[in-house]
Ligand binder design. Structure first.
Ligand code: ZN
Length: 488
């Protein structure tokens, strides 16, 4: 690869040139959803961030194996080692099989991701389908001396691990501080120290999801699945591990400790994390009552929403911020995104209808290089988008007949838009979503063509009737040199 991609590695805390272990192959692992509820804006941001990385790596010519897991067991409420399993709890409340709950919400997640134009990963493994691999991993950690058994459960010995390794390297936390800030265990607890985390939990009698193991009838700890599935599908050392920043501690910190303990080396070469979403400056959370589901955005049915926002507007809104910046939700920001996206996609549509001239009266400059440069610099989508807006201004001048462009420049612009707008940013006019909308577009074109014919035949009555009726329905019709343009 001649082009150098730089990405910010959370572990080294700096931008590093991305050099895959086995080019042109790239191994990418991203923590997927825990499937016990409908997907919200936070899910969208993480999925879209790594969708951009996936798409851009493909564009650079890499062969990417993208693994994004589904957590369907072991994730306890409060993200801690105590309490009920999130999925089992939902199953109990709704009187369903836990796997029914997991399937239902996995389907909901997939549907939302599809409308957001997020590409499917290459492999989507489930934690419950990899219990054997997780048990094997615990055995290795045991053999290396970093685990202990207590009451049928198995815990990772963080204090011992920290003597020869740096627990806290990813999150920047200091273990002594962590120990000071966590409660003293009174000896009633199974764990020796509160920083220790579960590798295997013995199932309480009422716990519905459990498997046999050398230690007890139970279930694996939440952090274990990603270590087990990442190395199973991508190898003991793989290129990139991603997820939301909220997963850095404890989830990813524990993953690092587990791999290091079991394998004697780190598994992940580059750690990437997307920042969080705030709502009117406040952290988003179910408990804060400001968590907005993706479906609520799509139908506008939420007290904080002034209107419905389409999936592409949500996608564009997310891409208008760099993935490492916080993204603040507000109706004003979303409305601005809606306008911006319309402008961009409209210019893309107009671009297809422009006819080439003998000379170019505008300079299209090096838009391609500038977009590429932005993406190579740690996926700087807002800068790439600003370059595309500059191109949009030029396209509109040409389409309005104020400037001219040669065939070469025209095909360059078309190629830049195809690659950056469609392939890399994954933006599309929502009418492309369904054949139904395609038929609708063609029907309007048909009506306007009949009107054009009527005008040529000086049949003003028919021509006016079509124009007036469409205008009344909310269509905006613009006559142009070669025919017409319309929008709703
Ligand atoms: Zn994970």
């Amino acid at each position: 690869m001649e082009k150098k991609l730089f990405i910010y590695n959370t572990l080294s805390r700096k931008k590093e040139e991305f050099v895959p272990l086995n080019a042109p192959h790239v191994g990418l692992y991203v923590c997927g959803p825990t499937v016990y509820g409908d997907p919200h804006l936070g899910h969208a941001r993480s999925a879209i961030t790594f969708d951009i990385l996936f798409r851009f790596l493909l564009n650079l010519g890499y062969k990417v194996r993208y693994v994004r897991n589904i957590t369907d067991v072991g994730h306890l409420v409060n993200d801690a080692d105590e309490g009920e399993d999130k999925i089992a709890k939902k199953a109990r409340v709704e009187q369903l099989e836990p796997m029914e709950v997991a399937q239902y919400y996995a389907n909901r997640y997939h549907k939302a991701m599809e409308t957001l134009n997020v590409l499917s990963p290459s492999i989507e493994p489930r934690a419950s389908g990899h219990i054997i691999e997780q048990i094997e991993l615990i055995k290795k950690i045991f053999d290396a001396g970093f685990a202990y058994q207590s009451g049928g459960s198995v815990y990772f010995d963080v204090e011992k691990y920290n003597k020869s390794n740096n627990y806290g390297a990813l999150s920047g936390r200091n273990i002594d501080e962590i120990l000071e800030n966590t409660r003293e265990l009174d000896g009633q607890d199974e764990k020796r120290r509160s920083v220790d985390f579960a590798l295997w939990k013995k199932a309480a009698p009422e716990h519905i999801m459990h498997w046999n193991s050398p230690w007890s009838e139970g279930f694996p700890g939440w952090h274990l699945e990603c270590s087990a599935m990442g190395t199973k599908y991508l190898g003991e050392t793989f290129d990139i591990h991603g997820g939301g920043m909220d997963l850095i501690f404890p989830h990813h910190e524990c993953e690092i400790a587990q791999s290091q303990a079991a394998l004697g080396h780190q598994s992940v070469r580059y750690w990437m994390h997307n920042n969080m979403i705030t709502i009117n400056g406040q952290k988003m959370g179910k408990s804060l009552g400001n968590s907005i589901l993706l479906d609520e955005f799509f139908n506008g049915n939420h007290p904080l929403l002034a209107q419905a926002y389409s999936p592409m507007v949500i996608r564009f809104f997310i891409l208008q911020a760099h993935y490492r910046s916080t993204l603040d939700f507000s109706n004003e920001a979303l409305l601005a995104s809606e306008k911006g996206l319309d402008r961009l996609l409209e210019a893309y549509a107009r671009l297809q209808k422009i006819e080439a001239a003998d000379v170019s009266t505008v300079k299209i400059g090096n838009i391609r290089e500038k977009c590429e440069e932005a993406m190579l610099d740690d996926l700087n989508t807002p800068i790439a988008i600003s370059q595309l807006f500059e191109a949009t201004r030029i396209i509109n001048l040409i389409a309005d007949g104020k400037e001219k462009i040669t065939a070469d420049d025209l095909s360059e612009l078309k190629s830049v838009f195809k690659i950056f707008v469609e392939d890399i940013l994954g933006l599309k006019t929502e009418s492309q979503n369904s054949t139904k909308s395609e038929a609708y577009n063609q029907a309007i074109d048909l009506l306007l063509n009949i009107r054009l014919e009527a005008k040529r035949n000086k049949d003003w009555a028919t021509s006016d009737r079509i124009r007036n009726s469409l205008t009344e329905l909310g269509f905006e019709i613009k006559d142009s040199k070669d025919g017409f343009e319309w929008k709703l």
